[in-house]
Design a protein around this ligand. Sequence first.
Ligand SMILES: Cc1ncc(C[n+]2csc(CCOP(=O)(O)OP(=O)(O)O)c2C)c(N)n1
Ligand SMILES: [Mg+2]
Length: 362
Amino acid sequence: METIYQAHINLSRFLSADGQALQALPSWTETPETLVRYYRNMVLARQLDNKIIALQRTGQMGTYASLLGAEAIEIVLGDLMQTSDVLVPYYRNHALQMLRGLSLADMLSYWGGDERGNAAPAMGEDFPNAVPIATQALHATGVATAIKIRGEKRAVVTVCGDGATSKGDFLEALNIAGVWQLPVIFMVNNNQWAISVPRALQCAAPTLAQKAIGAGIRGEQVDGNDVIALHQSISRALQHAREGKGPTLIEAISYRLSDHTTADDATRYRRHDELKSAWEREPIKRLQTFLHQQGWWDEEQESAWQTETRQMIQQGIDQYLQQSDQPVEQLIDFLYAELPDALKPQRERLIRNAQPGGNHHE
Ligand SMILES: Cc1ncc(C[n+]2csc(CCOP(=O)(O)OP(=O)(O)O)c2C)c(N)n1
Ligand SMILES: [Mg+2]
């Protein structure tokens, strides 16, 4: 018998959980600019997340999917992607979407149940949030195919969770990306849970990155709490895509520090000690420790930035709360260029019922 194929998967990590360098660091980390920007944006993302949950708990926001624990993945992707690249996101990418130009008010508006926030002009050619699991992976390969046919130097980035990698859509997308060598990056936010299903029950393979091997594409694991490791992997993958060197699957190891959404209660299925140990590996504290040691960030800067972000967030919230409601008939109008006859009476009824004193039991 002969071995005709052997493969391995690398895990990339530069900073330990307590912010110590584990190996020689890349030269871009010798000056503070990029790392401090990553830190500031992660703090902003976390504050925003807290605030949105508070809005939801006080009835001013719809069901919301927290990004707690995924800040590093979001921020580094958002920083390294160029405007001309295309983002095909899922429902846990709002910090990333904001770095790509989506306003805070529009983002809040989407989570408040107003679809106009998911079709904001500032999103350019980026896609709206995918809520159906893994469908976005195929959309991303479609966009990447168009880019390849046109011979453009652009990358497509799509993000999904660990659970999504079990879906046929995801595997089909990987496969065609390999066959056609598409300029696409599959970023898997492996946060260890798909609602109440733990990673161990999701897939028998020891890594999700190795799904790339079956598709003949590059695949790797990266510590999703380590901005330096993420920066290295993502910039390499983006460069590959833009230069026509094909797709990459990146499995970023993170942890969902929140409930699945505000409609979930993870204490019913998740052990407290697991959550506690995940907090010891989280991305913000790790970078903060490193920045302190370098003398690039101190208490004074921290409190000034906390105040500034609070003000920025409050401004966005005020704008969101002042926005007029979406006319109810848009539920229907948004979907049809020409309204089918059967829906016309329903549309009229919707408008009537939405008026003050409308008959809501009609
Ligand atoms: C096609 C489809 N099936 C089921 C659901 C319900 N659902 C919403 S989120 C989710 C879990 C997804 O987990 P994962 O892919 O790990 O992403 P995470 O939410 O953890 O970031 C499921 C099953 C859905 N939205 N779409
Ligand atoms: Mg998950």
